[in-house]
Write a protein that binds this ligand. Sequence first.
Ligand code: SF4
Length: 232
Amino acid sequence: MLKELIDKYYLDRQKDKAQTSFYVSEAGKCPRTVFFKFKNAPRKEMEANILRLFDHGDHMHQLIMKPLLSIRDVHVVCSEIEIPPQQLVRGRADAIISDGKQLYVLDIKSMNSMIFKNLTQPKPENISQLQLYLHYFKIPKGILLYVDKDKLELKEFLVNYNKIQAETILKQLTVLKNRIDSNIIPSRLPDYPDNWQCNYCQFREICDLGEPDEMDWKNFKARIQGVNSSET
Ligand code: SF4
């Protein structure tokens, strides 16, 4: 009884909604996936345990913030801070901290032991996300702090603001927004289906049905009518 009720709680929270602006976490993600999210295309529903894992990630953040809020050498200037409002992208950094000399944007990522063990440098998609925070907060340094969810070990990486990289990401998002507004589905990732994103993609089924290159959304939408990926 409880399992079903708890699962339902999580499943009800992921009711599909068409997206209207980019999330910072989508920087560097497959443009076709993001396009499909904006169009609320048929997707494979996430299972309740995966949704619980996201919640678990939030608890990891609290676990990290607790000592940071107590120790003297670091001052938490603010936590859970939204980037300044603008039309293109929205997002919330975990914290802005200070060591008494300068400010840092802190972004906390949790992962399983296997991935954590092999992590020798920050993940490119996490750097892209952090670059946007640094850009919007006008802070020159950030810290990516990785937490091993299973063993609670930590690894941290200092990331410097890279203006060219941040502006390139924003340019790519602007191009993608134009594609979305003009109903042109972006190409598949060049290394589809081997890219790691394809393994976890909620739109994999409809992507498989399409062409590798750009497609017209209205025609494609008519072709995929009846696909209900949540049942796959
Ligand atoms: S299956 Fe791969 S290429 Fe296709 S939308 Fe998903 S991530 Fe992109």
